[in-house]
Each structure stands twice: as C-alpha cells, then as structure tokens.
Design a protein around this ligand. Structure first.
Ligand code: DQA
Length: 163
C-alpha cells in the first residue's frame, strides 16, 4: 500500500544546528543533525507522519521556507530555531502564517541556562514546547503533535480582530 494516508510533518532547524555533533556536546548531545532528523523521521513514520526536513543559517532563507510551508499542505510543524528563538520577530511573524500545530523544541534546558535563553519570542505560537530532553524531547513532541492533529487542532488561533 502506498503511504498516501500519511500526514505531513515539517521538521525545521535554525542557525548553528547544522553543527550538532561538534557543538557544545554537554548541551546538545553527540548526534549530528542528519542523525537526529533520521531518528525523528523514523519515529514519526510509525506515528503516521512523512517528515520533510530543512535547516538554514540565514534568517531570510528560513523565513522564506516558512512562507513556503504556510502555503503547503503540511499537517504539523516542529521547529528548533536555535538562537533565533530568543529574538527573531521575523521568524515569529512568519510562524504566525502557519495554521497547523507547531512544536517548539530545544535540545538543551533553555530555562536553566543563561538569562537570555529563557526568552522565546515564539512560545505563544507553539501548541507544544519541549526543552532539555535531547532527542527524547523531539520524540515526545511528535507524540503530542500526532494527538493534536488527530484531534483536529487546526487552526487554533483566534482570527485577528479589527479593533
Ligand atoms: C537550542 C537552544 C538555543 O539557546 C541555542 O542558541 C541553540 C540550540 C537548543 O536546541 O537547545 O542553538 O535551541
């Protein structure tokens, strides 16, 4: 049987996450980005998702990818924006265009690190947030997204009012 009934999950990584495996292993672990993506995609497949992956170190390129996703037929988005999490209103604005469940994931415990990492400018757009659990956290987020998609949680955001 073809995988026609699979839902579509977009897995998006931001700045510096292409350096996983080399970068601060005490915070981010030893998996490379390719290994992490593969593990998430395999897990997600067993839960009914086909996963598309994307990473960029260029903010505008990531914004344009989010525009592309907003006009596509994805069912859920999982994003780790890296340091952009903490200050990129451009990425936040682009995420507002995406009306499917969004998971914000971080490998490290952002709330237990430097003060500036505690701020997330995308937090209120995420329907699930997981941090500090490494790969396990991504898998947890897949489970939650699968639940939300099955429950039809989309679009969940209020329409902007005229006032
Ligand atoms: C990160 C946490 C961010 O503060 C940091 O800038 C990253 C990775 C994480 O996965 O823990 O690049 O998003």
């Amino acid at each position: 049987m073809a995988g026609s009934s699979l839902r579509r999950l977009a897995l998006v990584h931001g700045v510096n996450l292409d350096m996983l495996g080399k970068r601060s292993r005490e915070h981010y672990g030893t998996l490379t980005l390719a290994e992490l993506e593969q593990r998430v995609a395999r897990y997600a497949r067993d839960r009914g998702f086909a996963t598309g992956t994307f990473q960029s170190n260029h903010e505008g390129v990531l914004v344009e990818h989010l525009h592309h996703l907003a006009g596509s037929d994805i069912d859920a988005l999982m994003i780790n924006p890296g340091a952009w999490t903490h200050y990129s209103y451009a990425i936040r604005d682009a995420l507002e265009l995406i009306l499917v469940p969004i998971a914000e994931v971080h490998l490290s415990a952002v709330d237990a690190r430097e003060e500036w990492r505690r701020i997330s400018v995308i937090a209120d757009l995420a329907t699930v947030r997981v941090a500090g659990k490494g790969l396990e956290g991504y898998l947890e987020a897949v489970d939650e997204l699968a639940r939300q998609v099955a429950a039809g949680r989309s679009p969940w955001r209020a329409e902007p009012s005229d006032e």
